[in-house]
Write a protein that binds this ligand. Sequence first.
Ligand code: G2I
Length: 400
Amino acid sequence: MKLSVTFTLLAAVIPFALAQSPEWGQCGGIGWTGATTCVAGTVCTVQNAYYSQCLPGSASSAPATTPSSPSGPTSTAPPAPSGTGLNALAKVAGKLYFGTATDNGELSDTAYTAILDNNKEFGQITPANSMKWDATEPTRGTFTFSGGDQIANLAKTNGQLLRGHNCVWYNQLPSWVSNGQFTTADLTTVIQNHCSTLVSHYKGQVYSWDVVNEPFNDDGTWRQDVFYNTLGTSYVSIALKAARAADPNAKLYINDYNIEQSGAKATAMLNLVKQLIADGVPIDGVGFQCHFIVGEVPGTFQTVLEQFTALGLEVAITELDIRTTTPASQSALAQQQKDYQTVVQACMNVEKCVGVTVWDFTDKYSWVPSTFSGQGAACPWDQNLVKKPAYNGIVAALTS
Ligand code: G2I
């Protein structure tokens, strides 16, 4: 309340305050049409060609200058981040971030958070569970944001970008949604209300939202869930439009797995985004989850990324991990190092691949062993929070 009163007074006295971006908000970059100055106490900082952000620091009213070439720093840009760390290296390489998923239950582990909170290592975080439908709207019309807020606040404190995950997904739905007997009009309202309320709640805090998650089966057919079965493919545009209206500055993504190799599922995703673009539906990016198996990184990954960026979209690696049989052998860990390097190199080679997110950075908290019996060791840090050879594979790609 106090904040909004203060803002209202300020806005009345200083009209141009309305044209300023908030702390952590976007203030420039290719394609950016919003405010290019920042509120007092923050400075518009060029992160890369596509994204300038209001970071805490000495106040400045000078707009950030978008670099004329994607990798070319300008005189207004701060010196490139130096030192070690995956995010620092990714930024030097012209990427927006290197990030990780995290989950609320992990945040009391101080050895874990000491690494998570280091923004030289991670410049972006994604909540693994706490922004999903079952967590945020467990009963119709009643929203709970405590878990998501904890992660959003952490991102703010740490100076990290936030990816919102997710608005509409067949999984982790409360039963009132998955078992609801909806008319088309009713489910349209349900989706609009959920996406709108969720995205509005985090307005200005989220770099990109996975608005629709995993819409396809592996054979490229549409997943049969309550959304598709009731509304057909239109649920995708209903969700995207609601998200755009709720936070016009957030990048809107569709996110899926097994679209990293050429084939029916990648083709289905390409056709979907082509149709959305043709129909004027807001869509900014496609997320490639990249849940891979050691020794099986698809050789066509970079080509597929380029097929999407050729449509004018950005792409991101959103949930990278590379699993193997446990306990992992030395040779598996050596192959995993090469595989991490290959995957991150594909993003490096594609200008509009904005960043890489691992689906948690340590084997201690990986989702893999509980889903794939006898498999794991999928992350770049081991379960004792010690860096594995995989870490060096990522560094090799980021410094190539
Ligand atoms: O399955 C891996 C990922 C695939 N892409 C979408 C992601 O959202 C998904 O993340 C995982 C989370 O990392 C897991 O933590 O999604 C799983 C559910 O599909 C999450 O697992 C669930 C457990 O299955 C539940 O038993 C548990 O209550 O996490 C829940 C919260 O801890």
